[in-house]
Design a protein around this ligand. Sequence first.
Ligand code: PEP
Ligand code: MG
Length: 545
Amino acid sequence: MTKYQGKGVYGAIAIGRISVFRRQDVQVKRIKIDNADQELSRLKAAKEKAAAQLQEIYEKALQEVGEANAQIFEIHMMMIEDDDYNDAITEMIRGQNVNAEYAVAATSDNFAEMFSSMEDSYMQARAADIHDISNRIIACLSGCDKERSISSEKAVICADDLAPSETVALDKDKVLAFVTSFGSSNSHTAILARNMNIPAIIGLGNTFLDRIEDGAIAIADGFNGTFIVEPDEKTLSEYRERQREEEEKKKLLQELKGKENITLDGRTISIFANIGSADNIGAVLTSDAGGIGLFRSEFLYLENTDYPTEEEQFAIYKRVLESMAPKKVIIRTLDIGADKQVDYFHLEKEENPAMGLRAIRLCLSHPDIFRVQLRALYRASVYGRLGIMFPMITSTSELEEILSLCSQVRQELDAEKIAYSDSIELGIMIETPAAALISDRLAPMVDFFSVGTNDLTQYTLACDRQNPHIERFCDTHHEAVLRLIEMSAKNAHRHGAWIGICGELAADTALTEAFLRMGIDELSVSPAFVLKVRAAVRKIDLSKQ
Ligand code: PEP
Ligand code: MG
């Protein structure tokens, strides 16, 4: 038995035989040609064939992973037609009298290098796409374009890495798991695996493929990223039992897809999902969540090495809104500080960072940074249904300052004749005792509250959420916290605002009934917990005391 440790990107367990996915890489040679026209017509035919294959893959992806995720193949089809790309290939064939395969490969390398050196992380990721389409054209040119087949049995697919098109082209019914030597959890392949509900493990290291063999029995544990080859009988039966339990749980929950979040006595509640990156949208869509209740936008800043520009932010917010439309998306403005530190902010070291310059305090102290985010959000608002939420509020004066900045941004956009939606909802997080205690004053100023129970618990109970030694004093069901939530709910409703909970407590089904009784309108949880909470709601009868 050999154990490998990688990173699980989709939590599920698979047991089966390994099928090593070896790419039939075509060796591209530089060959002198004497008839450039003939070479260009070969190229034209190959491109048409590649485009037809991509159309087929796009349609397959549309069925299996939805429009937002299938879009990548539409982009690939457009890339094949890109003028700059095609001009570069044609020039090379004519100017250097080289074969089409070589011209495509060389252009692919040049373009990929150019994309990789761009600042924008979205553009950097396009380098993989340019290689993907170029390899497809080269395969069509050299007649090696048959889609790679895997064994007729269902198998655990082990590869160095998988391009998005390779992932989708594989017959999903024959894939038990994806296990790769490389890859990142935000790659399109990881997203596709999540959306296909297939266990996936990445990052097993560059010697991984040399150490495994086709046909060997393996266990892929997508929960913790463990991959076990030739397990002993005991491990195998333990995993079989866990797999059976997981399947049972999943099956029961899947039956709830498309069903209402309704109690036995007819009260409905919204169940939304929390995300930290635009790449989590696939999981939200498959979770059947009613919308996104918390997009932690600070991860955008944390993933970058410099301040994300207005354009970069706009592109991401637009993508999230478009993918989710017409469902609502609540984007929380930057919550940097405390445990979320970003080097390029050059923040001074603080004695008590959780009580320091974090979240809205940082934004109000640096309105230049805040304005960039607000402008990007307002501009993106026309692409869907947007709510903007402000973290760590403690006073009405902070909120007045925020609302005035929002109004300045709207005036600027008006002057620049840039459109924004007039139905954006503005809300605040209730995550300090101060905000809950003055919720009667805050509610008339906003459209909604969203309770951040992680911080509300930390600040109410004076319990550092980062400190594992005080966990036993940190009672998440503490009456003080629950009373503050109830008080906020009453005040929200009294002033016509709605209230949700987006902290971890929202997924605690021991409290679902209590939250419903308080009048909470929305619970926002990790995508994986949406159906679990729906199941809890549907068992509650509020007419019984
Ligand atoms: C919270 O505090 O409950 C919350 C949702 O925000 P974060 O966990 O990002 O601080
Ligand atoms: Mg918080």
